[in-house]
Ligand binder design. Sequence first.
Ligand code: COA
Length: 377
Amino acid sequence: MSEDAKTVVKGLKGIKAADSSICEIDGEIGKLIYRGYNIDDLCAHSTYEEVAFLLLYSELPNQTQLDQFHDSLTAHATAPPEVLAALKALPKDVAPMAALRTAVSVLGHYDPLAEQESDESNKENAVRLIAVLPTLTAAIRRLRDGHEPIAPKPELSISANFMYMLNGEEPSADAAKAMDLILILHAEHGFNASTFSARVIIATLTDMYSAITGAIGALKGKLHGGANTEVLKTLQSVGGVEDVAGWVADVRSRKGKFMGFGHAVYQTQDPRAKHLKEYSQKLGQEAGDTKWYDLSIEIESQVVAEIGRQCNVDFFSASVQHYMGIPGDLFTCIFASSRIAGWCAHVLEQISDNKIIRPSSHYTGPDERSYVPISER
Ligand SMILES: CC(C)(COP(=O)(O)OP(=O)(O)OC[C@H]1O[C@@H](n2cnc3c(N)ncnc32)[C@H](O)[C@@H]1OP(=O)(O)O)[C@@H](O)C(=O)NCCC(=O)NCCS
C-alpha cells in the first residue's frame, strides 16, 4: 500500500469535500460570508427572513419576493396536531433537542410531499421546515412547562412569532431584534458537523426529513451546537468574577474542555462572537444586571490567556439568551431553528449535483487469518 493510501486526516479537518456557493469562511482573519454578503452587513441591515431567502434562493429578495416568502412561511408555520400530540406523549424530562429530533421525524409522516423527489417538492419542504422549527421549539418548551402550545400569528415575523410562541406574549421591538440577530448569526456555517451530516444523508437520495433529523442529532452534541447550553451551566456554576481563576485551574487539572472556546476553522475570533458580546452587554445594561456579561468577560479573558483559543459563537450567545429569558436547555433548539435555513440550502445544493458521499478508512485490524470453529476458541 502506498504511503498516500495510508494517510488519514482525522475528523476530515481541512479536507474540501465539495464545491459550495452558500458560505465562505476565512478562518485566518475571522470572516463569515453568506452567498457573498458579510454577516456584519446582514446583522446591521437585514432580517432573518431575508437571510433565509438569500440562503435558499442565492439572492436577497426584493420587497415583493420578501412579502411572498413571508406568506409562504406563515402558511407552513402551524405544526400539525398529530406532531403536537406526539410531543405531548414524550416523557416530561426528555432533552429538548431529542424532542425536536423526534418532532421533525414525525412531521415527515404528515407531509404529503415528504417522499417526492422533485426539485419543486424539495424547495417547498425547505420552506415548511424553516417555518415550523420555531413553532416546534416553542411547543417543546411550553409542553415541558405544563402549558398548551401557542399557534403562530400570521402578521408577526419569524423572530417575533418565535418569542410570542415561547412566552405567550408579543415581544418588544428590542426583544424581537435580539432574537432576529441570533437567528441571522446561527443560520449558516459551511460544512460543519450537522450540515455535513445532512448532506451525507440526502446524498443517498433519501427524503429531506431524514436528512434534517440526522442534522439535529449531530447539532445536539456538546462539541457542536450543544456547547451553548454547557456555557450557561458554566456561568451558573462558577459563581462570581472572583471565582474564575479557581474554576479555570480546576478545568485544566481535569484536562476538561472550556465550552464556547476554540473552533475547528477559526484561528482568530469567531466573527459572530463580537455581535453577541455587544448584545450581551446591551441586554445586561437594559436589565440593570450586568452580572452574566461581566462574568462572561472575565471568563473570556482568563480562558484565552490559558489556552490561546478565542471564544466562538456559543460563548456569548449563552448570556444573551439567558438575558432574553430563554431556558439554557432550549438554546440548542433555538440554534437548530435558525440553522435549518443553512441545512435546507445545503440539502438542495447537494441534490442539485449529487454524488453519494463515501470516504474510506485506513484499516488497522489484524491481517487475514484462518477461521477458528467456536469449539476451539
Ligand atoms: C470546537 C472544537 C471541537 C474544535 O476542535 P479542533 O478542531 O480539534 O480544534 P483544535 O485543533 O484547535 O484543537 C486542538 C486541541 O486544542 C485544545 N483545545 C481546543 N479547544 C479547546 C477548549 N475549548 N478547551 C480546552 N482545550 C481546547 C485541545 O487540546 C484540542 O485537542 P483535543 O480535541 O484532542 O482535546 C474544540 O475547540 C472544542 O472542543 N471546543 C469546546 C466545545 C465548543 O465550544 N464547541 C462549539 C464550537 S462552535
